[in-house]
Design a protein around this ligand. Sequence first.
Ligand code: MEV
Length: 432
Amino acid sequence: MTNSRISGFYNLSLDDRLAKVAASADFPTDGLTPFTTGGLTPEAADHMVENAVGMFSLPLGIGLNFQVNGRDVLVPMTLEEPSVVAGASFMAKLARAGGGFQATCSAPEMIGQMQLLDVDDVHATRLKVYEHKADLLAEADSIDPVLKKFGGGARDLEVRVIDDSPIGAFLVVHLIYDVRDAMGANAVNTACERLAPRIEAITGGRVHLRILSNLADRRIARARCVIPVKELAFGGGDPSGRPYTGERVRDGIIEAYAFAASDPYRAATHNKGIMNGVDAVVIATGNDWRAIEAGAHAYAARSGRYTSLSTWGKNRDGDLVGTLEMPMAVGIVGGATKVHSAAQAAVKLMGVKTASELAEIIVSVGLAQNMAALRALATEGIQRGHMSLHARQVAIAAGASADLVEKVAAQMVAEKVVRIDRAEEILKEMKS
Ligand code: MEV
């Protein structure tokens, strides 16, 4: 049983943190070695992309305090941006006080699209395809025996008329395919390519594109959390001395959400904050973050107006309530997850046995990250938290040795001047 609450984690060395994570997850420490080596050999990289010349590293941090559906989980997060891991971990701690994250996932159904052109009458042809639905589904179902063995396969067929395209009306056949624990692109694309000749024979038309849709709106992950209002209060106050009471922070977060819900310019940034958390786990597990990004933003615009993926409000007790709902096409088998040992270690560390469980953790991290950003924005602003992390990076860039980084950074933050020239001056003063 994992314990995701680790006190003083921040103050440990990298090696000690790794040992602590392993101990807290009851996991062999050497099982986490790929986190220190990067997880990929040049030979594996060479098989993954063309013209490979090397590899490219990013930091891997651990999201702490997460409890998803009553289970503690230590969450590997890969990204280059400071504050994200700390923000998500802190919000997970607040959410924990309200029972953690409750998350669910729909069946792992992906949509494969076949663009059907050159038909006589789109409406009549549409019905013709439906007349053969059972046969077409049976054929699609037999294409991937491995997937079938694990309970996946063809689930449904839908035919849509697109009547306002630049080339006039045409049909789109959607094959709904349960891909179980895979991301599913390969299975769905194969099924569409195999089904296309049959659809052409039935309709007399021409199947042009045969490809998965990244608007995976049949594969939705959902998370909600309740933050007891008293947990939201924090010390000090604003520059005029007004305290940040729990009610004030809660209402500030709800107002910030209202901005994103009604203005696409703000919604894009609000959703970017969600994706800071989501992508970090998607990348750490070797999944396709471009697919997740495409699906998220298309889903956010599904009503015709781009809006927030999350909601924030309050319940009868005055506690803050957050929800997040978005497509989550992630897998734990196949693709990079299979060949990347750090991705495999990440999946194992979280103890997930299915792609749906992974999706539930990811959507919870997205919600935590969203709250971290809104809380900062609705109170002291985003720069204050960023400043000390940024100051450390500036101190390192100015040449501060490990023992001086914190001191130089702290002085710059106190002076509110975070610049490389000032860091160099402070370093000189310290050394003399
Ligand atoms: C920065 O990476 C993310 C934020 O801009 C998100 C937001 O504004 O909600 C802080």
